[in-house]
Design a protein around this ligand. Structure first.
Ligand SMILES: Nc1ncnc2c1ncn2[C@@H]1O[C@H](COP(=O)(O)OP(=O)(O)OP(=O)(O)O)[C@@H](O)[C@H]1O
Ligand SMILES: [Mg+2]
Length: 354
């Protein structure tokens, strides 16, 4: 598997938590609330998986145990999807009951569809019904994930209203058993990206059925650096590559990303903010790309100069203004910093596309 789901990747940890779990468990959950919290934030022999305030996870867990659904909002690349995957894996043992929201999402994908061959042959029957992830989650009492909910058309979003308030999904076509009642343990975690069509366009009725939690980028330099380092190490290990990015590369990369994101440099001076999002997720993929480049093309572990080109592709996208800002940043900020690694980075500025 190129990317195993959380419940497979962390199967051992989940089994360990289950074995020693003695705390109160909400109805339908596989683990106690405390154990789920520990699974996400780490401690007591469990690896931390998300860098954030534990209180955010606590509030999210309380919401999921209540009769409201959870909506994680924030900038792209702040680990909203990862958090929803981890929560679903720990609470329900599966994170794959997922609906991917898009402009083309239909009501069938949210509720149920039909196998048309069977439908024509034997009429509407439970056998001919094709259950959506939401349908199955309600039936089995599991957490369902709804990615990028605000990208769905509003009429499709509103299909969730009765499901979330009455916890009931009607199937009017079926003669008997025409309603699915949600089993204990069912709830919904939706994610929404503040850069796409905003949450403002959700109907007030639907908003009311969600508790909102905002996920912010990682505040501290050290924690972001440590996260990039460990994520890249994990990805490289999966590829069977022994090389790891040097501390020089990581320092230049994380500093640059943070300064371009926040518009403040570490000396306290103002620098320019990019309009494209330069998230931790992007920093991880640039660090990974830089190491792959060094490993496969030169036999080293990547150099600060490699960051320049990767930065253009990851951060500037098609925005020529951002490209100019990156150029000025390297020219004026990076150029003044001490050390061979900053010099190497600065010297590669001509590699930025014109
Ligand atoms: N606070 C954080 N803790 C742990 N990992 C993080 C954090 N912030 C970013 N990441 C990294 O970002 C990667 C994934 O981001 P994810 O896809 O979950 O973001 P997202 O918020 O869902 O973005 P989008 O809005 O674009 O869907 C993670 O795999 C992890 O490497
Ligand atoms: Mg996401």
């Amino acid at each position: 598997m190129q990317r195993p789901p959380a419940e497979v990747l962390y199967a051992e940890e989940l089994a360990k938590l289950k074995k020693r779990d003695r705390d109160a468990t909400p109805p339908g959950w596989q683990l106690s609330m405390k154990a789920v919290l520990q699974f996400v934030v780490g401690g007591d022999g469990i690896d931390p998986k998300i860098v954030c305030a534990p209180s955010l996870i606590e509030r999210a867990l309380v919401t999921l145990a209540s009769n409201r659904a959870l909506l994680l909002v924030g900038e792209p690349g702040t680990a909203k999807s990862l958090l929803s995957e981890l929560l679903a894996a720990a609470i329900s043992g599966t994170s794959t009951l997922t609906i991917q929201g898009s402009a083309a999402t239909t009501e069938d994908q949210i509720k149920y569809g039909w196998n048309y061959a069977l439908l024509l042959n034997e009429g509407p029957s439970p056998r001919a019904l094709v259950a959506s992830p939401l349908y199955r989650g309600m039936q089995d009492g599991r957490i369902v994930r709804f990615e990028e909910i605000t990208r769905c058309p509003p009429e499709v979003q509103d299909g969730l209203l009765s499901i979330l308030s009455e916890r009931l999904l009607m199937v009017p076509e079926l003669p008997d058993s025409n309603a699915v009642f949600a089993a204990p343990g069912f709830n919904l975690i939706a994610t929404a990206n503040t850069r796409d069509r905003g949450v403002n366009e959700m109907s007030a009725a639907l908003k009311r059925r969600f508790s909102f939690e905002t996920v912010f980028p990682i505040a501290e330099y050290d924690r972001e650096l440590a996260l990039v380092q460990s994520e890249v190490a994990r990805m490289l290990a999966q590829d069977g590559i022994k090389a790891r990015p040097s501390s020089d590369v990581l320092e230049v990369l994380v500093t640059t990303f943070r300064e371009l994101r926040q518009g403040v440099d570490k000396e306290g001076g103002a620098s320019e903010k990019l309009s494209t999002v330069v998230s931790t997720a992007e920093a991880v993929s640039v660090a990974y790309a830089v190491t792959l480049r060094g490993h496969y093309l030169r036999g080293d572990a990547g150099r600060p100069a490699d960051i320049v080109e990767a930065l253009a592709g990851a951060a500037a996208k098609d925005n020529s203004d951002d490209l100019k800002k990156i150029r000025r940043y390297i020219e004026h900020r990076a150029g003044k910093r001490k050390g061979d690694h900053w010099r190497d980075f600065h010297a590669a500025r001509h590699l930025l596309p014109q």
